[in-house]
Design a protein around this ligand. Structure first.
Ligand SMILES: [Ca+2]
Ligand SMILES: [Ca+2]
Length: 275
């Protein structure tokens, strides 16, 4: 039996066993917040004196992937420590977060799957994007988006599993970052560069989420999970994040790397911002 078929069977069995429906038939969310693909510490935002915003708004605390069997939508969620100040972003700053990972089929990397939200100063709506970033051009992905400006804050991007499976089997080695940046009027975004970064937080992980098996196949510390652990993961309610995963996730890249990624993320919004 091929691995693919085995995976499909495991996924089917697991889903049929998961108690995701209440007695009245209401579908309950399958939570994965406690075992995120991308964990990160709270309170580890690096700032410059010129940052006047709330650190908690750019404090990435976790990002994860989960699947709703009722809608067959896969949701990518970014959590920050507190998004209550989302609509009052500090004067002179744009704020954004990105959650991304390699989209792979087998060992082949098909591109970087990235979801991004950005709150421009003086704009009332929260911009968002889901893309497959490739060397020869990006593919914009149809998605739903919700932002919960709460403590903690949640930013959710829903993509149909059928659409994702056309692109990749797995989401590997996720990264994330949140930043407060100083916009430079007119030209910088269109040229692909952003202004000074006054606040930044980032995270990396070795996790793998399988779009075929609808589960975390490798945890954030790089430890493979067997299908039973995958099943248990779906039922997780209050499992603490392992310390090893925290350590892996907190190898914070230097600001220089963050700047490159931010430039990519911000470029996509350049046209809209000038409208
Ligand atoms: Ca953090
Ligand atoms: Ca961090």
């Amino acid at each position: 039996m091929s691995l693919t078929k085995w995976g499909a069977i495991v996924a089917t069995v697991a889903l049929s066993c998961v108690p995701n429906a209440a007695s009245d038939g209401t579908v309950l969310p399958v939570g994965t917040e406690d075992l995120p693909e991308l964990p990160d510490r709270e309170g580890d935002v690096e700032t410059l004196p010129t940052w006047t915003g709330d650190n908690d708004l750019v404090d990435l605390t976790a990002a994860w992937v989960d699947h709703d069997p009722a809608t067959d939508v896969i949701t990518f969620t970014i959590r920050v420590a507190n998004a209550e100040t989302l609509k009052t972003t500090p004067p002179g700053h744009d704020v954004l977060c990105t959650f991304e990972g390699n989209a792979t089929i087998g060992d082949e990397v098909r591109g970087v799957l990235a979801v991004t939200w950005i709150e421009f100063q003086n704009h009332s709506d929260t911009h968002h994007a889901a893309r497959l970033i490739r060397p020869n051009g990006n593919e914009v992905l149809k998605h739903s988006f919700t932002a919960e400006a709460t403590k903690p804050g949640y930013f959710r991007f829903g993509i149909a599993r059928a659409d994702l499976l056309k692109l990749a089997d797995e989401f590997r080695d996720p990264k994330g970052h949140c930043s407060g940046i100083v916009p430079i009027p007119d030209t910088p975004y269109s040229s692909g560069s952003a202004g000074p970064i006054d606040a930044a937080d980032s995270a990396t992980s070795s996790a793998v989420y399988s779009f075929m098996e609808l589960r975390q196949a490798v945890n954030a510390a790089g430890e493979p999970l067997d299908p039973i652990e995958g099943f248990e993961r779906h039922n997780a309610t209050a499992s603490p994040t392992t310390s090893s995963a925290e350590e892996v996730a907190d190898r914070t890249p230097a600001a220089g790397l963050a700047a490159v990624v931010i430039a990519m993320a911000v470029t996509v919004f350049a046209t809209r911002r000038r409208q």
